[in-house]
Design a binder for this molecule. Sequence first.
Ligand SMILES: [Zn+2]
Length: 417
Amino acid sequence: MKSILKLFGTALLCMLGSFTGSVAESSQITVFRNVRLFDGEQLIESANVVVRGTRIDRVSDVGKPLDIPDGAELIIGDGLTLVPGLIDAHTHSFSRGNLERALDFGVTTSIDMWTPVDFMQQMQAEREQGIAFGRADMHSAGIGVTAPKSHGTQFGPVPTLSRPEDADAFVAARINEGSKYIKIIYDNFKMFDRPIPTLDYPTMEAVVESAHRRDRLVVVHSRDVDAYADVVRAGANGIAHIMVDEVPGRELIDGMRRQGMFVIPTLSISTPSGADMANDGVLGPRLSEKESANLRGYAPKHRQGGDKIAMESVRVLNEAGVTILAGSDSPNRGTATGVSIHQELGILVQAGLTPIQALVSATSAPADVFGLGDRGRIKAGLRADLLLVKGDPSSKISDTRRIIGVWKAGQRHALDQ
Ligand SMILES: [Zn+2]
């Protein structure tokens, strides 16, 4: 009876779009033979990787005998590199279409930083029924915490917060709705010459304390050094966006490192880099006109010099050992869903990360930060979220764009062109 219900549920969801179900019992086996491997932490020049059902069955040395079971799909890895499915640590996934498009470019998990509650709940309900094939998984903050007339309120009527004494009830309401972590807006837009209200410090701090009491991670949207300093003082876990007014000084950097904080710089929206994606020889032809136009028609609105400050800030934070996570902020202007994780990786390398550090920032590091222990690495037992590319992105980061195949939980995704 149970399996009939499961089948029926699967058929229903198939009709809606992405396929949700489980192939855990299936004997589907894929063997990657003699492939260069970035396992989420380091590069292994040559390895064999066997996927069985939804999981990575084993990773073995090429010197060891490899028996290939009947019916397995064999992929010869010469000249190719296998990396974990990419995790975009800052997206706004407003529709199933966004999540399907993300998978086309190798993003198997989207960490969402503000989306309507009903959509978040729908995606979470599907995940509870099994693995959602054909689209990226979404983990979401739901709606963020913001003040009246502040950033975020333009996305439609949303509850707002004004006083520290209301913070706990506000956070509880988000968690009840299904928010996996708490996103706070703490940005008065002073760097954009159009100041708007934002939470005051005591209220922001009260939100952080409440979320931590409730075992939730806190990510704060901030873009200037003063706001960054406040966020560090309040004890939040991480910051979304990078400062564009001033490169952080020693005290601020040390505070962030001491507290084990992470930063999701979203350099894709702090630099006019979208056109490079639209013009890219590999990605460009795969884009729709709308995606190209969105990538091209954008220049950051911060004061002059902000782009360089953003890049330099990432350089010094990375050098100091602050955890950097790759996040695209797509589909905001200047970006495109899925595509812009490759944009972000490229700029992170320009800002001083090594290609390996950049790959870590989109695989094992976000998995660790957001508690996604079943992914972000290529290791036996983990979920087979995989991206196969031509070349070697551990020495030339733009090779992540040369996509040969994408697997979500062991199932190969048919790439849209
Ligand atoms: Zn955002």
